[in-house]
Design a protein. Structure first.
Length: 305
């Protein structure tokens, strides 16, 4: 199960009624955050979640509305008596940027490890989750992220009994390892069914539409994507293209093409007072779309749970 919360839905600047876009995901005692703009830590507190459990922070790019909240978050984590190291993943020069922001948070009771993304895409394995960064099309280097949780097939005890595999070795086979008994080698595929559908979450903001987004989001249970602008007129489209953002309808078309289960729109322009006024138009393109709001949350569960 993945416990997902969109902490904020705003772009450019925090507003009294809308925090900046940030995502937090909890899994098996661990927490992952994507982006940390100004005031993000307030939204975490309002959600009732903990700073202390954040193990990984993934930064999409170095615009202030996506990273300026980092010093305050680090200090809040330190004040929560955290001692475990924090991993920060981000674009080229992530360590230089983090070190610069830490001028006002120089002493922390935990280590900060920075990992720089190399190339157009890179995959990281973190406590059972597969985290994939993929390059976007913004006016500075920017990445989107996917999180995937695989699920193995069911163990077949009858098959194990028929092969005379000692019961104390069943767990070894369930873990994917091979075992040898009296000169006979047994492989996990002899007693395990086909892999079952896992869980997939994709987060994408500050970009123009591109094929790489469709491929990264394909089959996602939840696709969280920017919808900076609601209008689709010529003037708005020119603005979206020049500033390297996208409209709600462009995001909806990406969701449709990628075959995702659900779409949450986020990263709204400060000039957009009522994003929900565009709901009907978005749903015409992708019916299972939701206009995001601060701290909208959901538990992503396996199909048979």
């Amino acid at each position: 199960m993945l416990d997902v919360c969109l902490l904020g839905t705003g772009g450019m600047m925090p507003l009294p009624y809308r925090f900046l876009t940030s995502l937090m995901v909890r899994y098996n005692g661990h927490s992952i955050m994507i982006d940390c703009g100004e005031a993000t830590q307030i939204s975490v507190r309002l959600q009732g979640w903990s700073f202390k459990d954040i193990d990984v922070l993934m930064i999409t790019h170095f615009h202030a509305d996506h990273i300026s909240g980092l010093p305050g978050l680090l200090l809040a984590m330190g004040n929560a008596d955290r001692t475990e190291p924090l991993t920060i993943i981000g674009p080229r020069n992530i360590k230089k940027v983090v070190d610069s922001l830490r001028v006002i948070a120089p002493e922390l009771p935990f280590a900060v490890k920075c990992i720089e993304i190399n190339g157009a895409e890179q995959t990281f394995d973190m406590f059972g989750l597969r985290l994939k960064a993929f390059k976007l099309n913004h006016n500075i280097l920017c990445y989107g992220y996917s999180m995937e949780l695989d699920r193995k097939g069911r163990f077949n005890p009858e098959a194990a009994k028929a092969l005379d595999i000692p019961i104390q070795l069943w767990k070894v086979l369930q873990s994917g390892q091979d075992v040898t008994v009296d000169g006979r080698t047994f492989t996990s595929d002899m007693v395990m069914g086909e892999d079952r559908k896992g869980l997939k979450l994709t987060y994408c903001t500050d970009t123009r539409p591109m094929a790489a987004i469709v491929e990264a989001a394909r089959g996602s249970d939840l696709f969280i994507c920017e919808g900076m602008y609601g209008e689709n007129d010529e003037e708005t489209m020119e603005k979206a293209k020049s500033k390297k953002h996208m409209t709600m309808l462009e995001a909806a078309n990406l969701a449709k093409e990628a075959g995702v289960e659900e779409l949450w729109l986020t990263h709204f322009s400060p000039s957009m007072n009522k994003p929900k006024m565009f709901t009907d138009a978005v749903k015409e393109v992708f019916p299972n779309a939701i206009i995001g709001k601060d701290r909208i949350s959901k538990e992503l569960k396996f199909l048979d749970e």
